[in-house]
Design a protein around this ligand. Structure first.
Ligand code: SF4
Ligand code: SF4
Length: 439
């Protein structure tokens, strides 16, 4: 296991599903089941689908290295029904030794790690515990693809697969160097963004609005979505945090609908968004332990975009607490077994309905393959765009680097190295390593 951990760390692997947790730190003894998360549960995202369609053997190479290293009994390749159909996969199909297809329902947010584990294995991780406590490891398909390349070719992560979609002529999945300026990519793809549109890095619900004129593609960029500002998906992100908390303090009627539909609450987790809203109304003093349950929220946004008819965002209240708790290194720690509520079965949100609720269903066209585009003139590699301690520059201003060279080393603690994604001359800043192509 230690060798594989080192390979993962040296290659700079982080979770490609969105959060960016260094992959090596997840690898642990004691797992009997490996879950490959290809559920891609947010609408408009086709990155994992395209990767599975084009690069299944490389993904399986990565999976086999984990199975072999940890002596894992079985790996379940989790894909939603509609993706399985598009890829002609069926429940139980064997893809390679010990690797079987697991078809997941077309519901949101089935890609959430805790929901995925329960749906695929019937095991429910205790609130505040890690998947390994139930003998499960979860990796995204792209992480396994990157591991496959690292194991087979000793290749570090320098390229990113992502969907460029939304209100564009033709949604595409492309593979580009990490650090590619979003503006340069859009120019190459002929995409213009007017003032009525916003650009989201990530899924329409869990992603973040970025300034596409200065942002770059990072290791966690699963998608770049151009969406009208008057869609629910964007509007909910444009409300500032203070306003959201103030609204929660004044307008909540405590109907409990947000809790009734919360996927974590439906799994039996002690997370009750309606009570979290009540804490914003002043009850936090009386219920300080309640605040800790904010760390059990997966950030799906169902409470905000679907459940609440008062225009309140329990998610914003919870995010506010999450930030405060993270600053103080506090989180929910419990040891209680929980069980799903009976009503979970019929309260899960169909994927199509979720896209309608976000006001973006008309943009949900299956993306086509847009190819690999490598010849950008500049890349900007952020030193800390993942969970952990930022990497430390390992090159000097003016140095010439080749693709794959280490430009920043892993710091002490939870950290990864960064690698040049184009050939060129380096400029070092306090937050980034910039590389300008040299011909
Ligand atoms: S759904 Fe809205 S109004 Fe109802 S309890 Fe939740 S935040 Fe309050
Ligand atoms: S965002 Fe809302 S609905 Fe989703 S897990 Fe958090 S509290 Fe529950």
């Amino acid at each position: 296991m230690h060798e594989l951990k080192q390979v993962m760390k040296d290659a700079g692997l982080v979770g490609d599903g969105g959060a960016g947790f260094p992959s090596y730190a997840k690898l642990a003894e004691g797992a009997d089941t490996l879950l490959i998360n290809g559920s891609e549960c947010e609408p408009l995202l086709y990155t994992d689908y395209m990767l599975m369609k084009r690069e299944l053997p490389m993904i399986l190479a990565g999976i086999q290295s984990v199975i072999w290293s940890l002596r894992i009994k079985r790996a379940l390749f989790c894909v939603k029904e509609h993706t399985a159909k598009r890829l002609s996969l069926s429940e139980g199909d064997q893809l390679s030794a010990g690797v079987f297809v697991k078809v997941m329902p077309n519901v949101y947010p089935i890609g959430d790690e805790i929901s995925l584990i329960y749906q695929a294995t019937g095991r429910l991780v205790k609130p505040g515990s890690l998947p390994i406590s139930k003998g499960v490891l979860v990796y995204n398909v792209e992480t396994m693809y990157n591991l496959g390349r690292a194991v087979k070719y000793f290749e570090p992560v320098t390229m990113k697969w992502l969907t460029v979609g939304g209100d564009v002529k033709e949604p595409r999945v492309v593979r580009v160097p990490i650090g590619t300026p979003v503006a340069d990519l859009f120019e190459r793809l002929g995409i213009e963004v007017d003032e009525d549109h916003a650009v989201i890095d990530g899924g329409p619900s869990m992603g973040k609005i970025i300034n596409h004129n200065i942002a770059e593609v990072g290791k966690t960029t699963k998608a770049l979505l151009v969406l009208p500002k008057n869609t629910r998906a964007v509007e909910s992100k444009l409300i500032n945090k203070k306003m959201a908390v103030t609204r929660a303090e004044t307008a909540c009627c405590q109907c409990t609908r947000c809790t009734d539909l919360c996927p974590r609450a439906l799994l039996g987790y002690p997370l009750e968004p309606h009570k979290m809203v009540r804490t914003a109304m002043g009850a936090a003093v009386a219920m300080p332990e309640m605040v800790l349950s904010a760390t059990l929220c997966c950030g799906c946004g169902i409470c905000e975009n679907l459940a609440c008819s008062q225009g309140i965002s329990p998610r914003a209240v919870i995010n506010n607490y999450k930030e405060l708790l993270a600053k103080n290194k506090l989180r929910y720690v419990g040891n209680e077994e929980v069980s799903p509520k009976e009503e979970r079965e019929y309260r899960m949100i169909p994927s199509k309905k979720w896209a309608q609720d976000l006001g973006i269903d008309r943009f949900d066209l299956v993306a086509v393959w847009g190819g690999e585009i490598r010849d950008f003139d500049r890349v900007e590699l952020a030193l800390g765009r993942y969970i952990g301690i930022p990497s430390a520059p390992a090159v000097r201003d003016g140095a010439i680097v080749q693709v794959g060279d280490i430009v920043a080393s892993a710091s002490a603690g939870l950290s990864i190295p960064q690698h040049a994604s184009i050939h060129g001359r380096v400029t070092v800043t306090d937050k980034k390593i910039i590389i300008d192509r040299v011909v």
